[in-house]
Design a protein around this ligand. Structure first.
Ligand code: URA
Length: 215
């Protein structure tokens, strides 16, 4: 994992397998089916690092040989929160690692005055759980920051929240980390910039459209 001196809580998960799969996803000739599979695989690989600080405690078990104490996750059912709709594409990869996890949903759009409007918020009542919020793209960072604000309004503390994205623009990481300096952010790549239509450059285009085949 790499860090970036501008953003102390940003973790860039630059594993060769992730880099290779992300390059395939960036290719405009990669179709929906492959794009989905690759996103699923990267979410799973990133999940390994995102959950690295999840606490374990020693539990009593019996091996076929003897009784022993062995580390187990303290929380078997953390909360995964896809930001709709593209976040759905990273959810199953995390569920493969955390099969007992609960899944909350956050859907937000911007109205004509550019204010965030929540159109769907369904979250478990779990103020003390670990949360992994997922959205493949951190572009302007405003929806990401707003999703975290929704969790915090429900009493979830920053230290319980991990944000996992595939690709981010520096502009978006700045907005998100200034709004919520107390959360850890994991990305597979920190790209160059946003263009004047708020697309990430070089990016991979519209992640939602490429996942759901709505191009
Ligand atoms: N959302 C996307 O899906 N892609 C971008 O480049 C920016 C925002």
């Amino acid at each position: 994992m790499r860090t970036d001196s501008r953003f102390p809580r940003l973790h860039i998960v630059d594993h060769p397998l992730i880099e290779h799969k992300l390059s395939l996803m960036r290719d405009k000739n990669t179709g929906t089916q492959d794009f989905r599979t690759l996103l699923h695989e990267i979410a799973l690989l990133m999940g390994y690092e995102v959950t690295r600080d999840f606490p374990t405690k020693l539990e009593d078990i019996e091996t076929p040989i003897c009784a022993t104490k062995s580390p187990m996750l303290v929380e078997k059912d953390p909360v995964i929160v896809p930001v709709l709709r593209a976040g759905l594409g990273m959810t199953d990869g995390l569920l493969a690692l955390l099969p007992a996890a609960r899944v909350g949903h956050i859907g937000v759009y911007r109205n004509a005055q550019h204010e965030p409007v929540e159109y769907l918020v369904r979250l478990p009542d779990a103020p003390n759980s670990n949360y992994i919020v997922v959205d493949p793209m951190i572009a302007t960072g405003h929806s990401a920051a707003y999703a975290i604000e929704i969790l915090k309004r429900r009493g979830v503390r920053g230290e319980q929240i991990h944000f996992m994205a595939l690709v981010a623009a520096p502009e978006g990481i700045k907005v998100l980390s200034e709004a919520h300096p107390d959360i850890d952010i994991f990305v597979a790549a920190l790209d160059e910039k946003l263009n004047d239509r708020a697309y990430i450059v070089p990016g991979l285009g519209d992640a939602g459209d490429r996942i759901f085949g709505t191009l």
